[in-house]
Structures are given as C-alpha cells and as structure tokens.
Ligand binder design. Structure first.
Ligand code: FE
Length: 227
C-alpha cells in the first residue's frame, strides 16, 4: 500500500504565491485520492507491493488507463511538491551552465517554460527535463509524465491542472506560472535531479509501499523546518 507522502513544508509556507487553502485541497484531497485509487487499482491488477515507478510503466504498457492515470498522478504530485520551496534561489553549477546552453540563460528558460505552460491546452504538466542532447521544456497531457518517455529525466515540474491555481489566480494561468517561476522554484532539488541524470546519486523516487510516513526511499530529502 502506498501512503500519501506528507508535504515537505507547512501548508502556508508558499504564501502568497500559493495559498494554504490551495495546498490543503491539492494535497489532502486531490493527491490523496490519486494515491488511494492507485492502491485499489494496483491490487486489482496484481501490482501491489511494486514501486510506484514500476506500476506507472506497467500500467502504461498494459493499456490500463485507469491505473496509469491514478498512479502517474500520485507520482507527479509527490514530485511537484519537491519542486517548490519557501527558499527559492538561483540555479548554480552544472545546472546553471546547462540552462545557459539550452536557453541562453535563466530568463530564457523562464520564458520557454512559461510559454509552454500557457500554450498547453487543458490539464497537464510542464516539465524541465534532461535529455541526451541537453535540457528541454516539454508539456504532457492529463497524467502523462516523463516516466513513460524514453531518454528524459525530470528536473522540475509545474502542475497545469486548474486545481493547482484556480483558488488563487482563477483563470490566470500565465500569472500563476510567472509567480511560480519567480518565487517558489526549488532549484537545489533540480540541481540534485540533474546530478542524478548524469549518474551522480539517485533521482527522486516515490516512497516505497509500506515504508511508513512516506519518508524512506526518497532521496534529496530536505529537513522539514522546525515549528
Ligand atoms: Fe494537481
């Protein structure tokens, strides 16, 4: 059984960019529901006890759309929480160099990411991913993710479903993306993912089934702030 991983920060930690109300609904209702449905459907499919990454890929392979949608959404949201932090900074080191190469600098990346997210029709996700020939910005529809795309390693993602921003921004997805990029991106997480993409350390993994509290099995763990 998978457990809903706790948010790595308090509900109000990303205010005013993302309200506590949005995070409560998004994590405690939406994400929770995806995890619970994954547990039910994975059991039916005989995949219970397997790591979530395997469940996502296997569901895709079998054409089990219900399981795929829920399992991928469970994974995407756990990854998305990690992509945000109350302490945003600038990318540095190898990631900063790769961003310069691919986008001509951080502003070029932000422009590409915001444009991709704004242009994406309907629900989905916008990603910064490492590929064999450098960094890329892509978007995926509904629950689709980079786990089922060969040769792409995810560094960052932003949720484009309306539930991610509607309470705070209504229909202003461009406004949400602009502030998300400026105010809450967890660049140190993206740097660890980029190192893992290059064979240094392990990338993010969803907590293993039955690991308890969702802490074990994750890499790049940041201490939860004391309060
Ligand atoms: Fe969402």
């Amino acid at each position: 059984m998978f457990e809903l991983p706790p948010l790595p920060y308090d509900y109000d930690a990303l205010e005013p960019t993302i309200s506590a109300e949005t995070l409560q609904f998004h994590h405690d209702k939406h994400h929770k529901a995806y995890v619970e449905k994954t547990n039910t459907l994975a059991k039916k499919a005989g995949l219970d006890g397997r790591p979530l990454e395997e469940v996502v890929r296997e569901a895709k392979k079998r054409g089990d759309q219900g399981l795929f949608n829920n399992a991928a959404q469970a994974w995407n949201h756990a990854f998305f929480w990690r992509c945000m932090s109350p302490q945003t900074a600038q990318p540095s080191g190898a990631l900063a160099q790769a961003i310069d190469q691919a986008f001509g600098g951080l502003d070029g990346f932000k422009k590409a990411f915001a444009e991709e997210g704004e242009a994406h029709f309907g629900s989905g996700w916008v990603w910064l991913a490492a590929g064999a020939d450098g960094l890329k910005v892509i978007s995926t529809h509904d629950a689709e993710d980079t786990l089922v795309r060969d040769g792409l390693f995810p560094l960052l993602v932003c949720d484009l479903w309306e539930h991610a921003y509607y309470l705070d921004y209504q229909n202003d997805r461009p406004g949400f993306l602009k502030r998300w990029l400026a105010e809450v991106v967890n660049w140190s997480f993206a740097e660890r993912q980029f190192a893992a993409a290059n064979g240094q350390g392990e990338g993010f993994r969803f907590p293993q089934p039955g690991a308890g509290q969702g802490r074990a099995g994750e890499t790049g763990e940041e201490p939860r702030p004391a309060h």
